[in-house]
Design a protein around this ligand. Structure first.
Ligand SMILES: C[S@@+](CC[C@H](N)C(=O)[O-])C[C@H]1O[C@@H](n2cnc3c(N)ncnc32)[C@H](O)[C@@H]1O
Length: 386
């Protein structure tokens, strides 16, 4: 039996061993794009403890942060996708994992022709604290008593502010594979807040993790083998999505859900899912006379700002919501109605986003609009409406 506070130590010890030699029990089979594996050394590929491939959802030029990067495989794949204009940062707390990843980074860089990956030491629930800077400080001022413990705490607080491991609003995509479940329960909320903090407005998280179909009982959570083996720290499927919602993300959805469980323990199924969630719904709301129409197929939808919309009806939205809906993951779901006369953002009045209201077509066209036209020839081009 382990105490809650010891979970992180157990995890660190287990992955220190896993960095040195392949641990079969920790492996959940994942299919990666084989073309990206060609430049990655074998020791990185074989010490793969991931449960999904978030790199599939990345784009050229993006800045990526990989949480719990292990020996670096996802980072080395991402490096090739984002290209020389992009950047990849891997964060891990285990020295032995960082050693393997850092030793292999120059080899990958030489093979792909550019170096855009770096590995930093930190805890993913505390992405502001650079553990190597703290290590350095503690070598000069070791903790020997309560007073030096308090002093170390103060040094850590200062480092977070003056030299953050990962700055706020600096990352396009936070990715992770099979790590969030390893974070102790009391820090899970802070972990999601940290993911949110480091993302740029308009950025997104793409996270693969093991989730359970039922709550994991306490005695299983206290089993160090099951905890560090990515089993008993798992969120429930619905709890995982709810954690993104609580942290302020929007557009949260499943990109992938394995049909077959990776493992079942005492009848509880543990499977891999990959979730995408977006940052950027916060901010002021302005009225620019825009409207959207939900295309269906469901009778109605409810977004993360509590706008409830029925299929086919024309709703008033603020400029922020209008622009969010024009991007992934919403854009295919809506029709967009621009006002006939543009309202410049600088002249726009505040919009009350706390309620959802319909928008009469006269509002977008203007009260005095009374035009009569001949049949639109563009409509006839395809022969569909003549
Ligand atoms: C299951 S392995 C996954 C490794 C990697 N993502 C992969 O796909 O192979 C978990 C990794 O997360 C790291 N880790 C676990 N908890 C962590 C935490 N709280 N902060 C930083 N790293 C952590 C471990 O050291 C280990 O390298």
């Amino acid at each position: 039996m382990i105490q809650t506070s010891h979970k992180e130590t157990v995890v660190r010890q287990r992955y220190a061993v896993g960095a040195k030699e392949r641990a079969d029990k920790l492996c959940c089979p994942v299919e990666y794009e084989s073309e990206y594996l060609k430049v990655i050394p074998q020791e990185v590929i074989e010490r793969d403890y991931g449960c999904g491939d978030p790199s599939r959802y990345l784009h050229e030029g993006e800045t990526i942060l990989d949480l719990g990067s292990g020996t670096g495989k996802i980072c080395f794949i991402a490096a090739q996708i984002v290209g020389p204009a992009g950047k990849v940062i891997g964060v891990d707390m285990t020295d032995e994992m960082l050693e393997v990843a850092r030793r292999n980074a120059p080899i990958v860089a030489e093979r792909i022709g550019y170096a855009n990956v770096e590995f930093r030491k930190g805890r993913i629930q505390d992405l502001a604290l650079d553990l190597e800077l703290l290590d350095r400080q503690l070598r000069h001022h070791p903790i020997a008593d309560a007073a030096s413990f308090v002093a170390a705490d103060e040094v850590a607080a200062e480092l977070r502010v003056k030299h953050p491991l990962v700055s706020s609003d600096s990352v396009d995509v936070v990715v992770s594979s099979c790590v969030l479940n390893l974070v102790e329960p009391k820090s899970k909320r802070q972990l999601f807040d940290e993911i949110f903090r480091v993302l740029k407005k308009g950025g997104r998280a793409v996270i693969a993790d093991i989730v359970s179909d039922e709550e994991v009982p306490e005695e299983m959570q206290n089993d160090p083998e099951l905890w560090s083996g990515c089993i008993s720290g798992a969120f429930t499927e619905e709890g995982f999505l709810a954690a993104f919602e609580q942290a302020g993300f929007y557009g949260i959805h499943l990109l992938k859900r394995d049909l077959n469980p990776w493992r079942a323990v005492q009848g509880i199924e543990f499977r891999s899912v990959t979730v995408e969630a977006f940052k950027g719904k916060q901010g002021p709301c302005f009225e620019r006379n825009q409207a959207v129409i939900y295309r269906g197929p469901f009778k109605e939808v409810l977004d993360d700002d509590n706008h409830r919309m029925e299929r086919g009806r024309r709703y008033a939205v603020c400029d922020k919501t209008y622009n969010l809906y024009k991007k992934a993951p919403y854009r295919e779901l809506f029709e967009f109605v621009d006002p006939l006369v543009d309202v410049p953002l600088g002249e726009a009045k505040p919009f009350d986003c706390s309620r959802t209201s319909l928008r009469h077509p006269k509002e977008t066209k203007g009260r005095d609009y009374g035009v009569t036209t001949e049949a639109n020839s563009k409509c006839c081009d395809g022969g569909s409406c003549c």
